[in-house]
Structures are given as C-alpha cells and as structure tokens.
Design a protein around this ligand. Structure first.
Ligand code: SAH
Ligand code: SF4
Length: 355
C-alpha cells in the first residue's frame, strides 16, 4: 500500500495533497466530483484535469484498497460482497435496494468481533482487527459510486455488518462524518448498531449528530441477556436503557431495538411482556429478526405465528414493532455468514493449509 489512497482523503486532506503537487485548490473539487457525484473512479477518465496530473494520479495514487473477492446477487436484488483487505482479512458489505427507491448499504467496522454473542457468525469467528476509517468509508463509497454511475443514489447506510462499531469508535466516527460530507448522506439516514457499550453510547450522544442508534437487545432480563450477549455482564440492562433514554433525548431520535427471535428461547409471550415493560414510555421501535441459523449455535428461527404474537403483546404496551424482512437470505447475507462459508470452502480445498 505504498500509493496514496484517494478514498482515504477528506476534502481538506485532498486539497493539501494537491497543493503539495503544485495544483490549485479547485482541482480537489473536480476530483471529488468525479469520485463522489459521478462515480467515475479511474483517473484516466477525469477529462477536465490536465493530462500530466492524470498521469501523476495514475502512477502515485489509487482509489480504494479493498479487493473484491466474491459477489452474490439475491433474487430480491440484494448484492452481497466479500472484500479482502490489504493484509488478507475478509469483510462483508451488502447493498439492499427497496421498492420505494431507497438504496441501503450495510457495512462492516471490524474484521471479526470481540463481543462473543453466541448466535452471531461474526462473534463465533473472534476478533481479528479494527478497520481503518478509510476501510469503513470505502465500503459505502464503492456502492455509492456504482449507483451514481447508473443514475441512482446511495440513500442510507447501516453499520450492521461485521464487528462492533463502538469498539472501533474513533475510526467509525470519522467514517460517519465522511458519509455525510463526501457521500451526501444525511445523519438521519445513517444507523449505528451496537451491542450496548454504554460509555460509547453516552459519548456518541455528545457528538450532537442525529444518527439513528440501534441496540442489539435480544433479551429483556439480565440473566437471559448475559447468556446470549456476554457484554451484558459488564453493562446490564438498567445502565443500557438509561444510556438509550439519554441518546433519545440528546438526538431527538427514536432508538431502534433489535431482537433476533429464537424459537422457544426468547419468542414467548412472557418475554414479549418483559420487553414491553422495559421499553414502555421510551420513544423507540423494535425490529424483530427471525434468527439466521449459524454453524456455531443450535437455535432456530421463530414461526410466523410466534412473530405475530410477539408484536401483539408489545402493542399492548404501546411499543411499536415490525418484523424485518430477511434480505438476501438465499445468499448468506446474514452477518458474517458469507465469510464463514468462503472460509469453509477454502479449508476443504486446502486441507493442510493455514487456518
Ligand atoms: N455489532 C453490532 C452490529 C453488527 S450485528 C451489533 O451487534 O449490534 C447486526 C445485527 O444482527 C445485530 O442486531 C445482531 O445482534 C444481529 N445478528 C447477529 N447474528 C444474528 C443471527 N444469527 N440472526 C439474527 N440476527 C443476528
Ligand atoms: Fe459482534 Fe454484533 Fe455479532 Fe455481537 S452481534 S458478536 S456485537 S457483530
């Protein structure tokens, strides 16, 4: 990675670099227009730049560092891809088109994850490393460029791919600011999903952004939540809910709670009532996601009836809930699942190779 990565430079850094090269400041505007408005990432095609500068960019700079390894397209239009980072780590990014015109990218913040949630494919892999802000940003920028090139626009970004965004707080915050400033995505159209790192939630509230906060809840008692999400032992539900109330007040945004419905485990009326009591009065929304089965966990998704019952009970408590449609389910688009599959295949192909 000896070349200069243009995706890693915000506007000021790009201007500084061009100044170093003896170029006027407006070259930065021209380059950014190609990169972010027109989605043209080959400097050879940046026809309003002098030929010498195009040549210099071609030899000294690159646009991005992620290498696309595989891509799968689902029947519902979901595109899921696996990227290899410069050091060989693999991360997933997903693009989901919706009928109403929204185009939502789901991007990763870490290679692997240290939080160890038992049902999660990424958690089952363990932690490899944090992504840099440029690696986080590039996942969205690539989708944005591809959409722009065909006259569409990336409208939403969710940090719900691999990794725990608030465990990689600084890089994620820089990336979020660049989604806003460089890709033109409003804070309200960005969602950060966290397992519940309470100090980071409070710190995020102080940033003064109107980003949507999503909390992976999955259980409404400390006993059950600690079994599913070990992080709950450190920050139990009462602390977590306090931080959520604080975030809702500070940002003026409804908080989203995610709940993977696991048959016979957390999908009963009792659990729904416990959740209703916990969230009553808080401006929030519950996203129910039937469990995506993973290799390292024996649970199965709840039935459609159980989902409906769960929603009905929550309604009695005035807590709005919807079942999230599982996108791209025919292409392993659940968190961490494509990487798991590709690695299993690689292991079968090279039985004596490294892990
Ligand atoms: N680390 C962050 C964001 C990535 S996970 C977090 O945990 O919030 C994105 C969402 O997918 C989380 O709500 C997570 O709990 C959920 N998830 C993980 N594995 C799942 C599975 N097997 N089935 C359903 N949802 C799952
Ligand atoms: Fe990490 Fe989120 Fe998976 Fe938990 S659910 S292991 S925090 S990626």
């Amino acid at each position: 990675m000896s070349t200069l990565d243009l995706y890693a430079l915000d506007e000021a850094a790009l201007q500084a670099q061009l100044k170093d090269w003896g170029q006027p400041a407006y070259r930065a505007t021209q380059i950014r227009r190609w990169l972010y408005e027109r989605g043209v990432t080959d400097p050879a095609e940046w026809t309003d730049l002098p030929k010498a500068l195009r040549g210099q960019l071609a030899s000294e700079a690159s646009v991005g560092t992620l290498e696309r390894v595989t891509e799968q397209a689902a029947r519902d239009g979901t595109q899921k891809r696996l990227y290899r980072l410069h050091d060989g780590q693999l991360v997933e990014a997903v693009l989901m088109p919706y009928g109403d015109g929204r185009r939502t990218a789901c991007i990763s913040s870490q290679a692997g994850c240290a939080m160890g949630c038992v049902f999660c494919a990424t958690g089952q892999m363990g932690f490899a490393r944090h992504l840099t802000s440029a690696e986080v940003f590039e996942q969205a920028a690539r989708f944005s460029a591809e959409l722009a090139a065909r006259g569409e626009r990336l409208s939403n970004v969710v940090l719900m791919g691999m990794g725990e965004p608030f465990h990689n707080y600084d890089a994620v915050l820089v990336a979020i600011r660049r989604l806003m400033s460089d890709l033109g995505i409003g804070a309200r159209h960005i969602t950060v999903s966290t397992v519940g790192l309470v100090p980071a939630i409070r710190r995020f509230a102080a940033e003064g952004l109107q980003v949507t906060l999503a909390i992976s809840l999955h259980a409404a008692t400390d006993e059950e939540r600690s079994r599913l999400l070990p992080v709950n032992r450190r920050w139990p539900l009462s602390d977590l809910l306090d931080a959520c109330r604080h975030y809702a007040e500070a940002s003026g945004r409804r908080v989203t709670f995610e709940w993977a419905l696991i048959a016979g485990r957390n999908d009963g009326e009792e659990q729904a009532a416990a959740l209703g009591r916990l969230l009553r009065g808080l401006r929030c929304h519950v996203n129910l996601i039937p469990l995506n089965p993973t290799g390292g966990y024996g649970g199965t998704p709840s039935s459609a009836d159980a989902c409906r019952n769960f929603i009905d009970v929550l309604q009695d408590y005035g807590v709005p809930a919807t079942v999230r449609v599982r996108r791209g389910i025919d292409i392993d688009a659940g968190c961490g699942q494509l990487k798991s599959k590709v690695q299993r295949r690689a292991r079968r192909a090279t039985p004596t190779g490294s892990p």
